[in-house]
Design a protein around this ligand. Structure first.
Ligand code: LHQ
Length: 262
């Protein structure tokens, strides 16, 4: 098992900690595969009801490890399309397809694909000292890992274009006030707050949360009519879930619900 991602399962929360701190947790192939395996486990393991992604050390993730493809080595130009298809895109798709909440605790700088992986998570907390940098333009690349999709939809064209073309750092507090993340919190409380949220969700009606996530994601490319149809179908499923029966029963019995995520 690789130590480039630390994996821990407790209280229904699978914590995945990017762990190459000396390189600000930038991605090499090993860390890609370890993160992918962690998220795949969240798909496969019914005892996992929420995921928390964070980084060790002072950074969250500085994107691709640029030392991995050193142009000074004189090797032919790499096929970065293939890198995306092989490593980044499957992970992005897995995070979005996972029918369980993915919480991200951005503990420090998030640059390049590291920023865009964070933004692709469902609920993003960031330490007030963290910065988000669309670093791609500084090295002649385009914003990947879903950046052109998510930034444009969340921020609109003017801010998406300026952020990506200028590659200026965006503070955690500005990211929160722009709606790019959920909350900027004190550095000292980041992990506790993110973990408490993950634990709360893991105890929640996760069957319905999974449906909610998929509906909200689908809305970006749907008409209102399409979306109303999807809501009808999803509510039909939710209404047949054990979580719904338990939620209503607990309400009527004036007690806390015990959801099972089914
Ligand atoms: C790093 C890195 C790094 C290696 C810090 N690699 N060592 C997809 C397809 C395929 C290929 C290309 O990329 C992509 C997607 C992408 O992600 S492209 C964007 C790649 N990332 C970047 O361009 C960011 C590069 N890093 C930085 O600009 C800075 O390090 C930031 C602004 C993130 C942090 O700055 P500082 O806080 O001043 O830290 P630092 O620069 O001193 O970094 C600390 C160490 O981490 C340092 O190593 P050293 O041995 O000198 O202590 C850096 O070399 C290393 N490091 N990022 N991406």
């Amino acid at each position: 098992m690789s130590d480039t991602v630390l994996v821990e399962l407790a209280d229904g929360v699978l914590s995945l900690t990017l762990n190459r701190p000396e390189k600000l947790n930038s991605f090499n192939e090993e860390m890609h595969m370890a993160l992918r395996a962690g998220i795949q486990r969240a798909h496969d393991d019914v005892t996992v009801r929420a995921v928390l992604i964070t980084g060790s050390g002072r950074g969250f993730c500085a994107g691709q490890d640029l030392g991995d493809r050193d142009p000074r080595k004189g090797t032919p130009a790499p096929d970065l399309g293939n890198t995306l298809e092989t490593f980044y895109n499957p992970t992005l798709r897995l995070i979005r397809a996972l029918n369980k909440p993915v919480i991200c605790a951005v503990n420090g700088v998030a640059a390049g694909a590291g920023a865009n992986i964070a933004i692709a998570c469902d609920i993003v907390f960031a330490a007030k000292s963290a910065r988000f940098i669309q670093a791609f333009s500084k090295i002649g690349l385009i914003p990947d890992a879903g950046g052109t999709f998510n930034l444009t939809r969340i921020l609109g064209e003017p801010r998406a274009k300026a952020l990506t073309m200028l590659a200026e750092p965006l503070s955690a507090e500005d990211a929160a006030s722009w709606g790019l993340i959920w909350k900027a919190v004190d550095d000292e409380t980041l992990l506790d707050e993110a973990l408490a949220t993950a634990r709360k969700l893991a105890k929640g009606a996760t069957f319905g949360l999974g449906l909610t996530k998929q509906l909200i994601q689908a809305s970006a490319s749907n008409s209102l009519d399409d979306q109303l149809d999807l809501e009808r179908d999803a509510q039909q499923k939710a209404g047949k879930s054990a979580d719904y029966a338990e939620g209503v029963t607990a309400f009527l019995e004036k007690r806390a619900a015990e959801f099972k995520g089914k």
